[in-house]
Design a protein around this ligand. Sequence first.
Ligand SMILES: Nc1ncnc2c1ncn2[C@@H]1O[C@H](COP(=O)(O)OP(=O)(O)O)[C@@H](O)[C@H]1O
Ligand SMILES: [Mg+2]
Length: 294
Amino acid sequence: MSDEQQRRQSLEQTLTKARVLIEALPYIRAYKGKKVVIKYGGSAMTDDSLRNSFAEDVSLLSLVGIKVAVVHGGGPQITRAMGQAGVEPQWVDGLRVTDAETMRVVQITLAGEINPDIVRLLGGHGASALGVTGIDGNLFIARAKHPRLGFVGEIAEVNAQIVSDLMDDGLVPVVAPVARGEDGAVYNLNADTAAGALAAALGTEKLVYLTDVEGLYRDLGDEDSLISQIGAAALRKLVDSGSISAGMLPKLRSCMAALEGGVQQAHILDGRVQHALLLEIFTPEGIGTMINTA
Ligand SMILES: Nc1ncnc2c1ncn2[C@@H]1O[C@H](COP(=O)(O)OP(=O)(O)O)[C@@H](O)[C@H]1O
Ligand SMILES: [Mg+2]
């Protein structure tokens, strides 16, 4: 290749980069100032390169003026911390009981370890992140889901003002899913449910679940059955048919509740894919499963 050809090729590559940035323009314009809640879980939370990719995406969204709040889970870390603390899991009818000692470990792990870890990660990539728990500002008020399950909470009340104010100030709130109970005790919340309830209370544009599958499958065993878009009514039928199981159920139930509560779109995204968030928000193709009110 001649010098002239090389020079042209490198100019062409630089222009391609510019075009990619320009393609994002309509999306930046559409979402600037709008709110997005992201449930952060699965591999995107444990794999180092995916963690960095997530933090870059959230920082970029925040720095172009999209208001982002993150709600995180921590199931695997809690199980590990309980083992280290020598707390034996107790089961009632196949459900894990959260007694006072378990709840102590849950709170330490979520609020004392995982939450500041995420804040540090985001801060390192340029976002101004700030950690809160669902206890702060009475964000979530809980009641016992079932007397036999101990401190497993269901959400009785959401006071999203504290999160909304932080977002309006250009900060990225990172929320640990624990809550004060109506009885004054501390309760553990399902992070999927907490994310959906927060999105509904904030009236966000989008609610995004980052998880460990490509999206929602009509039939989990069949790769060709990935759903790229589904309306809330059709989703309700699918959920009622009983073919959705495990960790997908709380996400879908929360999506439906959030859409009913005024959220515009919900997404199930593959957190194992680098930059899944950017691809969803800034490209016309979109990825994963989009759920809307249609
Ligand atoms: N129809 C379905 N489509 C996609 N995933 C499903 C479906 N039914 C059940 N699942 C399960 O839900 C899981 C995601 O939830 P979960 O394991 O709790 O992850 P997270 O850490 O993101 O909450 C998937 O890995 C998959 O095994
Ligand atoms: Mg889960």
